[in-house]
Design a protein. Structure first.
Length: 138
């Protein structure tokens, strides 16, 4: 665990999150300031700042989890697809590797790399969406 890392604090239970998946090597939870409701972050439990820091043995479990989360997000949110992205250093708001999985539909207004961030309407909306995505994980 890295000192003062927000995601490490979530991993060890020192900070709260709305989890959609928790496995031995990887967790996934709702982004608190999503592009769209259902925006999930997939994070390795161990602290690795960027993709280049990830040990080869973790790549398969990490991206298998991303693949399954993308399917669950699309299904649970009634989306036509997903946007999957990862920043490495530049624009990386938390220096702990995380993969964004964002539900997408044609005409949703997401263009280029200038994305309006939103807050959830309430904690109960976050909890409901986290439950829907977790239930869609297979």
């Amino acid at each position: 665990m890295a000192a003062a890392c927000t995601f490490c604090a979530i991993v060890v239970g020192e900070a709260s999150a709305h989890f959609v998946m928790a496995e031995d090597a990887v967790i996934a939870f709702l982004d608190q300031r999503p592009l769209f409701p259902g925006h999930v972050l997939v994070v390795p439990r161990d602290h690795h700042e960027t993709l280049l820091d990830v040990p080869p043995a973790l790549t398969s479990p990490l991206f298998d989890a991303v693949r399954r989360v993308a399917a669950a997000v699309a299904s649970a949110m009634g989306a036509q697809g997903t946007f999957v992205a990862m920043n490495n250093v530049v624009s990386q708001s938390v220096p702990h590797l995380h993969v964004h999985v964002v539900p997408r539909t044609r005409g949703d207004g997401l263009r280029g790399f200038f994305w309006p961030r939103r807050n959830y309407e309430s904690g109960s909306q976050m909890a409901d969406i986290a439950c829907r995505i977790a239930a869609a994980m297979t």
